[in-house]
Design a protein around this ligand. Sequence first.
Ligand code: F6R
Ligand code: MG
Ligand code: MG
Length: 369
Amino acid sequence: MADNKLTVSIIKADVGGFVGHSSVHPALLEKAGERLAKAKADGLVIDYRVGYVGDDTSLIMTHKNGVDAEPIHRFAWETFEEMTEVAREYAQYGAGQDLLVEAFSGNVRGMGPGVAEMDIEERPSEPIICFLADKTEPGAWNYPLFKMFGDPFNTAGLVIDPGMTTGFSFEIHDLINKRKLLLTLPEDYYSLLMFIGAPGRYVIKHVFRNSDNMITAVTSTQKLSLIAGRYVGKDDPVMIVRCQSGLPAVGEVLEPFSMPYMVAGWMRGSHHGPIMPTSFEDCHPSRFDGPPRVVAYGFQLAHGKLIGPRDMFEDIAFDGARRQCLEVADYIRRHGPFEPHRLGHDEMEYTTMPHLMEKFESKFEPSDD
Ligand code: F6R
Ligand code: MG
Ligand code: MG
């Protein structure tokens, strides 16, 4: 790879919760740190940070191996295996829960962990934000990505910055039929919303700048229930966004989270609830196993080194969103097991519900309506 070519990877998993599904025990984070320090000493990665939100650990890495690289994926898998051993020793809840297969084979995709990675040419100054979320699903990034890269009411640069006025393209993945579609803004504005407004099925995987095809954002799109063929909770996604100099500014990238929009997830991965942007300190969901959380790790890249993180949602300017989130949480919680708090029937198909309903199958009688 040329000097400024670089891969930024986040590989994440939940390999055991402390207490229940609320957070990660420090001993697990320590194990991840030890492994990453060795990988850095061995030259496998240039730099790293251990990120966390709720019961999920993110290995944030920079390296020269490219996306989907076997050595990086194998390293991440083995790190989660070693963390699982610690989780078992401490009898952590759901130890090894996201390691869905017995043995690693080439790439963690389809094996449980979530992955977001991109190959970039590091700019002279390269601000990036790594977003990590808990108690929700990959489609949770649709709303903020649209706001950042598509909505001039959010991103002033789409109107003001000549580097951005030609817009951005969005690669959407259909998670059910396993196919993808590239839509370009501003031309496909309405059509894009038709798809991404259904975040349980259509998720934005990549965003590119139209003027030069530069990759500007990537998300993890793994859906555990579709991999495992049974209910295994939600998928607690991650995302990497590049900022500034002809891209949305850091403040434009964070702005969508000033609205605690509704996501699917929360208790038992089966409820709608507002997502709350929090500081690193407040990222441990406990009320009704939620509400869903998002944290933002801000970095400046310096020749592959991760300078940071800055805790971007620590800013008191997000207090309003947090307050509103809690009000909405109170309101929607009062619906108990009723939709739209509980997920719609289609989505509950991927849970234990069909099994529970089976026992009434033989008791149904024809009705007149
Ligand atoms: C949601 C989540 C939790 C669990 C809940 C029940 O993604 O992880 O809300 O679904 O705590 O957990 P089990 O079934 O393990 O008792
Ligand atoms: Mg868990
Ligand atoms: Mg989680």
